[in-house]
Design a protein around this ligand. Sequence first.
Ligand SMILES: [Zn+2]
Ligand SMILES: [Zn+2]
Length: 419
Amino acid sequence: MTQPALSDLLKASPLHLGPYEDLYKYFHAHPELSRQEKSTSEKLAAHLAGLGVSEIHSEIGGYGLAGVIRNGEGNTVLLRADMDALPVKELTGLPYASSITMSDAEGNEKPVMHACGHDMHITCLLAAAETLIKVQDAWCGTLIILFQPDEERGGGAQAMVDDGLYSKIPVPDFVLGQHVVRMKAGSIGSRPGAIMAACDSMKITVFGRGGHGSQPHQTVDPVLLAAHIVVRLQSVVSREINPNDLAVLTVGSLHAGQAENIISDRAEIGVDFRSVKLEVREQIIAGIKRIVEAECAASGSPKPPVFTPTRRFPPTVNDNDAASLVAATFATHFEDFDGDTPRTNIAEDFSTLATCRGIPSCFWLLGGIDHGIWDKAQAESRTEEVPGNHSALFAPVIQPTMRVGVDALCLAALTFLKK
Ligand SMILES: [Zn+2]
Ligand SMILES: [Zn+2]
């Protein structure tokens, strides 16, 4: 079968997406926080069973789920969607907006919203599973439909792998996935090589000696110490990293003290940084440690600083050959496909499902922004003001986003499963 025939195959028997639009609205209105995706996972499993998928593995690494569809000899392809939501109070005003609250890991009641579009990912994957089952005569091999929990906190893919994912399901030859982002709905983009950055976060606690605000000479002031560190950290990327390499460092939080007239005994600094190359990541970590330790010494800090890593996402690097094959298929089907889409500094743990076994993978980005909103913003050169992922106002338009997301999953899978 030639590549244009894959596109013809989908066009010849398009799946009616009406029921999936309703399902999307249901998922959007019923989001669940990371590591608490119980109802979502159960609903996904029930839907897969309803499609006739008989081999379903549930509760892998938390609420992870995988359905296996065996269809003769051939490649094994894994399609992945993430399913968790965020502690965000939804402000979209959509008729199917979430009003859900849940208790987070620390026991605090939080509003919950699908502010990253994972509800779109899971709905597209169910519809793709139905489509691929419908055209089963046109392909052979094994298809794995995988729903991953806990993407937002960066632990879900690793948790599934650590829980023996690849002893429960066949090891795939290709791992494929997608993310809805702030691009015009209907557009789709991918690229060979790095498509998303690696992300690390850490908390740094530095120590002073507390005391009365009127007698600073008897104290070691952690506020002044932390202020020096925050300023000095700005030089890691600008003065130490090769400008040809991607690197971003943000001090996202800074906490010290309780009152105006008390010098506190510690400060806590929250740092997030992005990179693609492993050696750049290590350079950034070394730079942070050197600066923090030196500033603590300069201030006469009574105790060494404590570095606590809080999140780590690997870079998402598309296999050149797999990405080229997928791009060739996408180019025959989508009017608005960019095979050289800009790399994004957003991070994902998708690639853990592939790199843990050296499996080639490919990831692509789906546009989700309403045409009218996008075109107006573009005409006014302010597309960066359109609410994107993690915004309380992020509201992917259901179509054509869903149709493109379903077709992309089907076409990418068929690229490696075609007869
Ligand atoms: Zn997210
Ligand atoms: Zn996401």
